[in-house]
Design a protein around this ligand. Structure first.
Ligand SMILES: Nc1ncnc2c1ncn2[C@@H]1O[C@H](COP(=O)(O)OP(=O)(O)OP(=O)(O)O)[C@@H](O)[C@H]1O
Length: 233
């Protein structure tokens, strides 16, 4: 099993436009995450994305250390990023190639060497997600649900040990949100899921409530979600 540790991590950010004091985005946080599915919930701007991004080094701690399977994210960034897949809210952020099949092939660049072999492997990945008919389409012609599924397929094709997903269902309609949510929760990988969808959070193994840059509740999802609902009243 994989393990994500935060050891007295603080994240500060410069205030835009000058020498004003820095803002603390994440107050000192220590966590040991070994559960398979971990939900990050909390209000807009509370620090969920920041917490999620620390896991693959997209955000660096201002103090403290983040360890993924014992590897320091700051010092072993490349190794960590091979181990940690990341899915964004807006899949357009990670779909960069002209066609669907080329996009998955790009994800496979470290796994499969030859160009033709890579394309064949990409087609297999697409088929396993029911996306084979879209292989030669431009990514811009896909629906939001198809695009998120494709982004997820591309990340999972690299066989990450951990998947971090930052509000992956927020832009989707009910049906697609359910499809992507079910897929994520059914994965064998360790999952860190920042979400406003409390039903998804309730199906995780552990939930963290983030408020004002701090983890204010941590434990069984039912209890943490209750706490959140009560504090939002
Ligand atoms: N680089 C930065 N510079 C300044 N402020 C930042 C920076 N990064 C994050 N913040 C601020 O820190 C707070 C937490 O942001 P974060 O994106 O982690 O929240 P969130 O819980 O994911 O919010 P949402 O649910 O709206 O996506 C916000 O107030 C944000 O504006």
């Amino acid at each position: 099993m994989t393990r994500i540790e935060l050891d007295r991590v603080v994240v500060r950010a410069a205030t835009p436009g000058g020498p004003a004091p820095e803002v603390t985005v994440l107050r000192e946080t220590t966590l040991d995450l070994t559960e398979r599915r971990i939900a990050l919930i909390g209000p807009n701007g509370s620090g969920k994305s920041t917490l999620a991004r620390l896991v693959n080094g997209l955000v660096e701690p201002s103090a403290g250390r983040v360890l993924v399977d014992g590897l320091d994210v700051k010092r072993k960034g490349r190794e960590v990023r091979r181990r940690v897949g990341f899915v964004f809210t807006d899949p357009s952020a990670q779909l960069v190639m002209p066609t669907v099949v080329e996009d998955v092939a790009l994800s496979l660049r470290h796994q499969v060497r030859g160009r033709e072999e890579r394309t064949a492997a990409a087609r297999e990945v697409l088929a396993s997600y029911g996306l084979d008919e879209l292989a030669d389409r431009s990514v811009h012609t896909l629906s939001g649900g198809q695009r998120q599924l494709l982004a997820l397929a591309g990340v999972l094709a690299t066989d990450p040990a951990i998947l971090v997903a930052d509000e992956p269902t927020t832009l989707l309609d009910l049906r697609n949100a359910r499809m992507i949510g079910d897929l994520l929760l059914g994965l064998p990988q360790q999952l860190v899921l920042a979400t406003h969808d409390l039903d998804l959070a309730l199906r995780c193994d552990r939930a963290l409530l983030v408020e004002d840059g701090a983890v204010v509740a941590d434990g069984a999802p039912a209890e943490v979600v209750d706490h959140y609902r009560a504090s939002a009243r």
